[in-house]
Design a protein. Sequence first.
Length: 338
Amino acid sequence: MAKDQISNIRDVAALAGVSTATVSRALQHPDKVREETRKKVFEAVEKANFVPNANARTFRQQSNRTVILLVRDIGNPFYLEIFKGVEEAASEAGYKVLMGDARDDEARVANHIDLVRQRHADGLILMTGHFPAELRDRPELLPPIVIASETVTGIDLPMVKVDNVKASADAVRYLIAQGHREIAHLAGPLPESLAGERLAGYRQALAEAGLHASDDRIVAGDYSIEAGRHSVRQLLSAKTSFTAIFAASDQMAIGAIGELRQSGLSVPKDVSVVGFDDIIFANAFDPPLTTVRQPRREMGRQAMELMIERLDGGRSHAIIELETELVIRGSVAPRAPN
């Protein structure tokens, strides 16, 4: 890197071969970093001609070293691994993490943003589908915010996510490869962006196979177990034909399986089910759930790395897209012949 080239903390981290959290800690608390690591960081700082932002130095003097992880539903086990990843990276940089519960309420999101603006915390990692409409076009009013997992359209903020369209299409393609043609989709809360992306992947895979995405096989819910139960009840009461289900979350998939069993249907003998997330219960469920695995711990780490970069004066609007994996377990079987 040329001496006159503008650099940021991410450049320094890349040169030193460490995380941005380690760079931040070395610059702020060098006595708390191993000598060998500290030397690498300082050599990278010099090589990159990195000068910490003056505003960031002022901010750090007023900082309470706290970041809020604001989630859609604090009772959802999906967030556990993400919290671990955030906390690991935060601890490396000398920050602590508090978890807030948005409860799918835009007003609660606005309240947490205000908490950060009032300096009760330094930054907000946002994992909800809601963003206050009055702040979308007012970036000057926003404190340091990073979006994780969810997709918030119409706003330019750093983001860590997966390709939900591709991941969903891959899941439905697998069901099609098993011979299923009548595939229902238990969608998230439409028209939110995340739910829309997973629905788009479902439609894409069906279209590629020359299958019609019938609206009567699409039922929206809130990602919860009860939403999965309710969606299946709705499909069955409407006498909608289906041999497989792609659910937008593992909790919805688990709820769906429970309702199918209560209705006298067997999984996967009568109906195959695929979920999304690979929560801690997915492999322990009966049958073990075929699902899309998100790298949640890494997602948390990357989100906190982006936050540290922001708190150290960076203005990157990076979008980091992580890979998913379709985990094949026992909840899918080939379609039985008629």
